[in-house]
Design a protein around this ligand. Structure first.
Ligand SMILES: O=C(O)c1ccccc1NCC(=O)[C@H](O)[C@H](O)COP(=O)(O)O
Length: 212
């Protein structure tokens, strides 16, 4: 069976996370970064992670964390997503299959930074660069650049401003291994519009389950 990732990120509510798991998301992300409007504490992450077990993989998103923080988080979620400037030396302290490494991409020069992670076979998520925030900005990556990265590296997850309005076209053009979306599926930070989420997941599944 074909492997792919459909990740919905920035969940703060258990009931919403369970509904999204039932809609067919493969991964559900929660933000553990105090500066984010979607930040939730460890207790809440554990509660949501437990509730979605068997439905979708739980992912905790962190930004430049301490080693102990990651060790604690990996006790309660399936995967940790490093969304800051973490080095390959730091990331490789943790099991590869339990890691997503995110990169905020400005231009082609950023591909160089991804190379060590690609050579080691990590799942790489590409997000748009913003000066103001590490993620969840709704900003899009230049599709040509996203395609170039996805063509170079088969385990690329496309992120940044994805929604039911652009997902079909971007999937057909970039053909990434996975997709990740957050703010364009929200009513307000941390609260998803479940109709939009459903539409997004359906469109992504149609792509991945067809002979694209
Ligand atoms: O979502 C956040 O608030 C956030 C804050 C700090 C680091 C990462 C964050 N989100 C990570 C994600 O995986 C988002 O889904 C990704 O940035 C795409 O967001 P969007 O452009 O809003 O779809």
């Amino acid at each position: 069976m074909k492997e792919y990732i459909i990740k919905i990120c920035g969940l703060t509510d258990k009931e919403q996370a369970v509904s999204i798991g039932k809609m067919g998301a493969t991964h559900i992300g929660m933000i553990y970064f105090e500066k984010s409007p979607r930040h939730i504490d460890i207790k809440k992450i554990a509660e949501i992670s437990k509730a979605i077990r068997g439905l979708a993989k739980s992912v905790a998103v962190v930004v430049n964390p301490e080693k102990e923080t990651v060790e604690n988080i990996l006790q309660i979620v399936d995967i940790v997503q490093f969304h800051g400037d973490e080095s390959i030396e730091f990331v490789s302290l943790f099991p590869k299959e339990r890691v997503i490494k995110a990169f905020r991409v400005k231009g082609e020069q950023d591909i160089q930074k991804m190379k060590p992670f690609m050579e080691e076979g990590y799942t790489v998520l590409i997000d748009a660069y913003s000066e103001k925030s590490y993620g969840g900005t709704g900003k899009q990556i230049n599709p040509k650049l996203a395609k170039k990265i996805s063509d170079i590296y088969p385990k690329t997850v496309l992120s940044g401003g994805l929604s039911p309005d652009n997902i079909k076209e971007l999937l057909e053009y970039v053909k990434p291994y996975g997709v990740d979306a957050s703010s364009k599926l929200e009513i307000k930070p941390g609260v998803k519009d479940l109709n939009r989420v459903k539409k997004f997941i359906k469109m992504a599944r149609e792509f991945y389950e067809s002979d694209n």
